[in-house]
Structure formats: structure tokens, C-alpha cells
Ligand binder design. Structure first.
Ligand code: NAP
Length: 359
């Protein structure tokens, strides 16, 4: 298979660094361009990142001396060097929307971690195991943008990356309502304990915008492509509370769920254990072999032992039991910067490549 040349927009940030690490030895993709703000442009990647490198593995040798582009003024140059870009930038929503569409209009597809386009009706928001069929909307988006190749595709927010996959195989039982409380790691805010010492021995019962995203985005994932838009699902009713907790990586969710046709505990576990999505069927390089792992032990899944499961791309579930108010409750967790951010975007790019959208 030919190698695809890729760029990372926002390469100096937390998610951008994760892209750089994940793509270092990727079998299909090769990093040819790195971009960030004008503060970093013109410096080598090593100089631009400085003491911000937050990955456990060293900065990839082949990227250290790459000169960082300006993400906004060097679009044409970058588009000329690569087949598509990954994007994770800290800018205003309107600026991100424009930036991503500018890359698309330069015939450079964008696989984005940003939230700006998540509710644009012709931009697919995809978890490859859940709604790989939503790529069908790309033709309509290309028509709107006037492009032949360029388009924007996004991944969903990291907060729902554990509970939506756990609920998805149970949809056939008619999920009526969901309550989810999330306990989210500090890397989700682009922080470490060194840069956010106030989080040691602390919990913050608020993450701006997170509850709205956690309640709304699942309905787009479970929506349908109709004509030139994705129409959101109208059920289940979802309510959430999102907390920031003193954990470096890994978001946990405590989930309560009710059904039209209540399944048995055995049926639910059987659905989880046997679930495979398009990512597994296509055997994509970053896909976990088993997406959902159910743990029988009462004290699992724990962040420290479960977050790296299947290279941080699996979802861990435990403590399924009946509830007094809802039909069932359970706990689930996933790695927020791997499955929940850069890893999920790399998997999405692999899906789009396998489906022929990057050619
Ligand atoms: N952290 C997570 O787990 C996570 C999960 C899902 C989604 N996200 C989303 O991913 C995006 C990036 O998050 P992050 O945690 O990686 O943020 P971050 O660590 O603050 O990094 C931000 C990146 O954006 C670049 N940037 C800032 N202003 C810019 C501008 N005007 N033009 C071009 N580039 C600019 C920065 O470049 P300089 O270094 O030059 O300033 C840096 O590369 C955000 O939209 C966030 O919501 C994050």
C-alpha cells in the first residue's frame, strides 16, 4: 500500500504531540509538515515545543528538525506537501471553522479533533466502530465547499468516548434514558500535574461546555445521513455531570440506563463481548482487536491498569448491576488523549483512507 503524506496542525500542543508520537512509525501515514501559531512558525519543532513535551516517549527524531509552518498563512504550502492534515488547535470556534474549511478548499482533507465543526450538518462526526457509514455525507459537503477532494471530518468529544461505545451494542433494546457522570483527566484540558499543580488532591465540579457536548454529541453519532445532512437521533434522553479529577490520563464514566425491552445481565455482557465495528471488520492498523472489554472484578476498571489496554484504543467496562431508579448501572473508562483524541482521529483517518476518501 502507498504511504500517505500527512501534516499536523497544532503540532506543538498536547494533542498535536500525541499525533506526532502515534504517527512516528505508522504503516500508512508519514508526517511531512508540522504547523502551529505564528509564535512557533519558523522554529524547529524541538525549539517550538521547548519544555512542553508531555509524552512518555521522546520526540520523534525525524520531526525534531522539521521547521514549523504557520497554520493560517502557510495553508497552500502545506496542502502542496501532504495528502491530508490532522488538526488540533486552541483558537476561537469561528477561527477554527474557517481554518479547517480553508484547508479543505485547498483540496487538503482535514481530520479534526476540534469541536468547531461537530454540529455542521454535512460534516461527519465519527467513531469508526459506531457510525462509519456517515462518511456518505462527504459528497454533499464537497459540493457545498466546491471541492473535488477536500472535506472536513471530525471525531467526537473525549467525555463520551467511553459510555457511547458501551451503550451502542445495546441500542436494539430501545434505550430510553441515560444518566452519565464523568470523571475526567487533566490531560483533557491540555495539562499535566507540573503545569496544573492546583489539581493535586483536588476535584473541580465543572468543565466549561462539557455537559452540553456530552448530552448532544451522542445524538449526532446515532443520527442518519438524509440527503445533504446528518439528522440527529431524538432518543435516548441523556443527562450528564462532568468533573475534572486528579488523574493524568483516562476518563471514567458512571452510567445509569433504562430500556424499552430490558435485557438480562447475561445478554448485555454477551453484546459487549461480541461487539465488533467497521474498524475491526476492515482490520484498520490502529483498531483494537476487541473494542469493549468487560471486567468481572468489582474493583475494575481502574485507570492505571486499564487505560493502556490495546494501546489505549479499547474501552473498559465493569460493575454492571441492576439499579433502583434505572434498569442498570455500570462504570466504563477510556484513554482520553489516545482513543478520546489523537488515537481516535488516526483511526478515523485510517477508515477514510480505507474507504478511498484520501485519494
Ligand atoms: N487535550 C485533549 O485531551 C483534547 C481532547 C479532545 C479534543 N481536544 C481539542 O484539541 C484542540 C487542541 O487541544 P490541546 O489540548 O492540544 O491544546 P494545547 O496543548 O493548548 O495546544 C494548542 C495548539 O494550538 C496552536 N495554536 C494556538 N493558537 C493558534 C493560532 N492562532 N493559530 C494556529 N495555531 C494555534 C498552538 O500552537 P503554539 O504552540 O504555537 O501556541 C498549539 O499547537 C482543542 O480544540 C481541544 O479542545 C483536546
Amino acid at each position: 500500500m502507498k504511504k500517505y503524506n500527512v501534516g499536523i496542525i497544532g503540532a506543538t500542543g498536547m494533542v498535536g504531540q500525541r499525533f506526532a508520537s502515534l504517527l512516528e512509525n505508522h504503516p500508512w501515514f508519514e508526517v511531512k509538515a508540522l504547523a502551529a501559531s505564528s509564535r512557533s512558525a519558523g522554529k524547529t519543532y524541538e525549539e517550538a515545543v521547548g519544555n512542553r513535551w508531555a509524552m512518555k516517549t521522546p520526540m520523534p527524531e525525524n520531526m525534531k528538525n522539521m521547521v514549523v509552518f504557520d497554520a493560517t498563512s502557510d495553508i497552500e504550502k502545506i496542502a502542496g506537501l501532504v495528502d491530508f492534515v490532522f488538526c488540533a488547535v486552541d483558537m476561537k470556534k469561528d477561527e477554527i471553522k474557517k481554518l479547517e474549511e480553508d484547508y479543505a478548499k485547498a483540496e487538503c482533507p482535514v481530520v479534526s479533533n476540534n469541536s468547531a465543526h461537530r454540529h455542521t450538518k454535512d460534516v461527519p462526526m465519527i467513531v469508526p466502530e459506531i457510525n462509519a457509514d456517515h462518511t456518505a455525507i462527504i459528497d454533499a459537503q464537497r459540493k457545498r465547499l466546491g471541492t473535488k477532494k477536500g472535506f472536513v471530518a471530525v471525531k467526537s468529544n473525549c467525555s463520551l468516548q467511553s459510555y457511547v461505545p458501551a451503550l451502542h451494542p445495546l441500542m436494539e433494546y430501545g434505550i430510553t434514558k441515560v444518566l452519565a457522570c464523568t470523571y475526567q483527566a487533566i490531560s483533557g484540558a491540555g495539562k499535566t500535574f507540573e503545569t496544573w499543580p492546583e489539581m493535586v488532591d483536588n476535584l473541580i465540579p465543572f468543565i466549561g461546555g462539557e455537559e452540553e457536548k456530552s448530552e448532544k454529541e451522542p445524538l449526532k453519532l446515532w443520527g442518519k445521513v438524509e440527503g445533504d445532512e446528518i439528522v440527529d437521533a431524538t432518543t435516548p434522553a441523556i443527562t450528564t455531570q462532568c468533573f475534572r479529577v486528579p488523574v493524568s490520563d483516562g476518563h471514567t464514566a458512571a452510567v445509569f440506563v433504562s430500556f424499552d425491552k430490558k435485557p438480562s445481565v447475561e445478554e448485555i455482557k454477551e453484546k459487549w463481548n461480541n461487539f465488533a465495528g467497521e474498524a475491526q471488520r476492515l482490520n484498520l492498523p490502529s483498531a483494537p482487536k476487541q473494542f469493549l472489554h468487560y471486567f468481572e472484578e468489582d474493583n475494575q476498571p481502574q485507570i492505571k491498569t486499564a487505560r493502556e489496554l490495546e494501546n489505549g484504543m479499547a474501552v473498559s467496562i465493569g460493575r454492571l448491576r441492576e439499579d433502583t431508579q434505572y434498569d442498570y448501572k455500570f462504570v466504563c473508562m477510556s484513554h482520553n488523549t489516545l482513543r478520546g483524541a489523537a488515537g481516535g482521529a488516526v483511526l478515523l483517518a485510517e477508515l477514510l483512507t480505507a474507504q478511498g476518501f484520501m485519494d
